[in-house]
Design a binder for this molecule. Structure first.
Ligand SMILES: Cc1cc2nc3c(=O)[nH]c(=O)nc-3n(C[C@H](O)[C@H](O)[C@H](O)COP(=O)(O)OP(=O)(O)OC[C@H]3O[C@@H](n4cnc5c(N)ncnc54)[C@H](O)[C@@H]3O)c2cc1C
Length: 442
């Protein structure tokens, strides 16, 4: 059974910075990462033998420093291992997918850095083959070094659409257009707020230059109304702020409505020195503020854990940097605030893809006078009941339940999913085998 001071979950920028800092502060550190490489979403590494996509020199330099620090730190990394939770005896459970076993680990502290997931709003056709998230296309590019093939339309909200479009342009297949519900270019001084984080401004100008240079139309104040099958691929209907409609026939659509913490089922934060184990979250899974902030937050989490474990107080510049990046994200949120009202979504639209449940099914279920709880909607209506266990649909279902019942207490995703381990499906046999292992005696 692995035994350490700190177990870091997730090998993205937050987890890597946490592991490096904790080991520099004299703690024994182990890390689990579900993939075979470190880097997370932002620093996603290409598969073997593939040339990475072009990146700014500053991004490359940050990755080189982080990975060099990591390789120098005496951190044992368990690749292909998925965090399942913390059991009632205080042991961390993870599944080693390389051998198909559940492992129990005794750690004094756990720093959870499982990142973020993308938000996608249900629209007719969002579940068709050929439709994915924009970040998914971006990550695929980073792994394969190639642009996704065919005609691609990116749509939704937020700066990631521009980043993904710019990267597609740089690798030779710019999207046919970007459909953006906000209008960050409307006149005003809001954008000046980004001066608190000049790094982001430089990044934004670089992306905009690539997008405009490739002649990609950026339709602001617009939304996709639906995606239908078409003889030549997929047809996406776009509605502009002034009510005008147009259509794009493409091979793929990348949807994106921002990101949210990947925190489904995570154990509660336990950050007292008496907690056993101490549990802290870092990076996007604590607050989605971007890669630079994730790195700072990881280091900060490690300092906090070191102090709680009696390894002395230490200070870095992370708090100040995080403060500036938080301000910058607030400015971005204002800049990208939708300038077109949400469109009516028809009842036949799929809400829960795993179980094939629609918006109409949910409306019928919550129509009565009795206020069904999130658990009842899950068990009676099978929303969030399928193989993703609500990872993708619970937030949308909760949001729609809240909108359908004005005045009733708001519903949140965890009302449907619960907040308990195992985070991912695992066989009972593997769990039982793991619990037979005796705890180590100090
Ligand atoms: C699809 C996508 C695209 C993005 N693109 C950009 C971009 O272009 N520019 C930008 O600034 N920001 C982007 N972001 C946000 C950016 O990636 C993050 O801010 C940054 O990477 C966060 O770092 P992190 O370490 O908190 O999380 P991540 O980088 O997401 O790392 C989390 C790590 O945890 C691992 N993990 C998750 N769950 C488990 C588990 N149960 N067990 C074991 N390991 C687990 C994951 O495999 C991953 O390696 C993107 C985010 C997403 C989701």
């Amino acid at each position: 059974m692995p035994k350490c001071d700190v177990l870091v979950v997730g090998g993205g920028p937050a987890g890597m910075a946490a592991a490096v800092t904790a080991s520099q502060l004299g703690l024994s550190v182990e890390m689990i990462e579900q993939r075979r490489t470190l880097g997370g979403a932002f620093f996603r590494q290409p598969i073997e033998g593939v040339r990475p996509i072009p990146q700014r020199a500053s991004v490359k330099a940050r990755w080189h420093k982080l990975s060099a620090d990591m390789s120098r730190a005496p951190v044992r990394i368990h690749y292909g291992c998925v965090f399942l939770g913390v059991d009632s005896d205080g042991f961390v459970l993870f599944e080693d997918r390389q051998v198909g076993e559940v492992v129990r680990c005794a750690a004094r502290a756990v720093i959870i850095a499982t990142g973020a997931i993308e938000k996608v709003h249900p629209i007719p056709g969002w579940d068709r083959p050929g439709v994915s998230t924009a970040g998914g296309l971006q990550v695929m590019m980073k792994e394969t070094g190639q642009a996704p093939k065919g005609r691609i339309l990116l749509a939704g909200n937020g700066p990631l659409l521009i980043a993904a479009a710019a990267q597609m342009a740089m690798v030779g297949n710019p999207p046919v257009a970007i459909v953006e519900s906000g209008d960050p270019m409307r006149p005003g001084l809001t954008g000046l707020g980004l001066l608190v984080a000049p790094y982001l401004l430089v990044e934004a100008f670089g992306f905009l230059r690539a997008v405009y240079g490739a002649g990609v139309p950026w339709l602001r104040g617009a939304r996709i109304e639906g995606i239908e099958a078409h003889a030549q691929g997929l047809q996406a209907t776009v509605v502009r702020r002034n009510g005008e409609r147009s259509a794009f026939v493409v091979d793929r659509v990348g949807l994106h409505e921002g990101i949210r913490s990947n925190d489904m089922g995570l154990p509660a934060i336990a950050d007292a020195s008496t907690s056993s184990p101490i549990v802290i979250r870092a990076g996007d899974c604590s607050e989605p503020l971007g890669a630079l902030a994730a790195e700072a937050d990881g280091a900060l989490a490690a300092r906090k854990v070191a102090a709680l474990l009696g390894h002395g107080q230490s200070r870095g510049g992370e708090q100040a940097l995080l403060g500036r990046l938080r301000q910058a994200q607030a400015v971005l949120a204002k800049l990208f605030a939708p300038t077109i009202a949400p469109l009516d979504v028809p009842d036949h639209t799929t809400l829960c893809r795993c179980e094939g449940r629609t918006i109409g099914d949910l409306k019928n279920l919550v129509a009565g006078a009795d206020l069904k709880s999130g658990r009842e909607v899950k068990h009676n209506g099978r929303f969030s009941m399928g193989s993703c266990q609500g990872r993708f649909c619970a937030a949308n279902t909760a949001e729609l339940m809240t909108r359908l019942r004005p005045g009733a207490p708001p519903v949140v995703a965890s009302d449907l999913t619960g907040q308990r381990w195992p985070l991912r499906p695992v066989s009972i046999a593997a769990l039982v085998a793991a619990t037979k292992v005796k705890a180590p005696v100090d």
